[in-house]
Design a protein around this ligand. Structure first.
Ligand code: SIN
Length: 279
């Protein structure tokens, strides 16, 4: 039996985990409990983890193999770790739109493990939304319609040569524009690969349209789903401290990095975990 404590932080999703010290090897029972908590709560949080990049990588591997992000600047000497950084003089942050990491991939990342290195004195929280709850709150009629649909996702309009970030101060923090070639189609409603629970799987950042629908029709339906999915009762909000970690399940959540700390530095290290094709 492991000695960890798991405490939900909201009625919707998210739980804080206590009794874990990632500077030591993680016992198998603790790793299993942490994975179980992630399955149950969709996003989990740990605090006070003053760990090295190697320890961050070891913790991420306890969830599965790592998939390297193509577009974020990597941490020196650690290509597995992507830097999510904003300097005091920079205005734009990474991730201030509700999204699901890597949904443009054929096998989208299973999850992300984000570690806070430096945080602003106030602000810079991250919000999460449950796509299980968002799906479950829809009417039976709309659920039936959505289950027949597939949506296109792409990296091109976000990270490609024509992407709007090129004209902004984000340009120095993103790279590999020529690698933004991913176009993929996923079901609009997926079954979670581990639990079978259904979840809405479209997001404002990477979803580009509904297969077989014209742009106006797609925009109307997706616009409704984006408003619906971000209703406060489906969300939780995490306040970071240095050494805080969030691990989220990309199949059942959206997240949003709040950009309310102009003039201060925020430095996060993110590792993404390999996933499977979605059905
Ligand atoms: C991300 O979108 O992966 C980054 C989230 C954050 O910086 O809070």
């Amino acid at each position: 039996m492991s000695g960890i404590e798991i405490e939900p932080i909201a009625g919707s999703l998210g739980a804080e985990i206590r009794g874990v010290d990632l500077t030591r090897p993680l016992a198998d029972a603790d790793a299993a409990d942490i994975r179980g908590a992630l399955g149950q709560h969709s996003v989990i949080f740990l605090r006070g983890q003053k760990i090295t990049p190697e320890q961050h990588i070891a913790f991420a591997r306890s969830f599965g193999p790592i998939v390297v992000n193509r577009f974020f600047t990597p941490v020196d000497g650690h290509p597995e770790i992507a830097e999510v950084r904003k300097e005091p003089e920079q205005k734009r942050n990474i991730g201030d739109i509700w999204h699901t990491d890597h949904s443009y991939d054929e096998k989208p990342a299973m999850g992300s493990v984000l570690l806070a290195r430096e945080v602003p004195s106030r602000g810079g929280d991250t919000m999460f939304a449950s796509m299980h709850l968002a799906y479950e709150a829809l009417s039976d009629g709309l659920k039936r319609t959505l289950e027949t649909l597939r949506a296109r996702h792409s990296s091109r309009h976000v990270f490609g040569p024509e992407a709007p970030y090129h004209g902004s101060d984000l340009a120095s923090r993103l790279r590999n524009t020529e690698a933004a070639t991913q176009d993929v189609v996923h079901p609009v409603v997926i079954r979670h690969p581990d639990t079978g629970r259904k979840a809405l799987y479209v997001n404002r950042s990477f979803t580009t349209g509904i297969e077989g629908w014209n742009p106006d029709e797609s925009a109307a339906l997706l616009g409704f789903l984006y408003e619906h999915g971000s209703r406060p009762e489906f969300t939780c909000r995490f306040r970071w401290q240095p050494g805080s970690i969030a691990v989220w399940d990309n199949r059942s959540t959206w997240h949003y990095a709040v950009n309310d700390y102009q003039g201060e530095r925020r430095l996060m290290h993110r590792i993404t975990i390999e996933g499977v094709a979605l059905q």
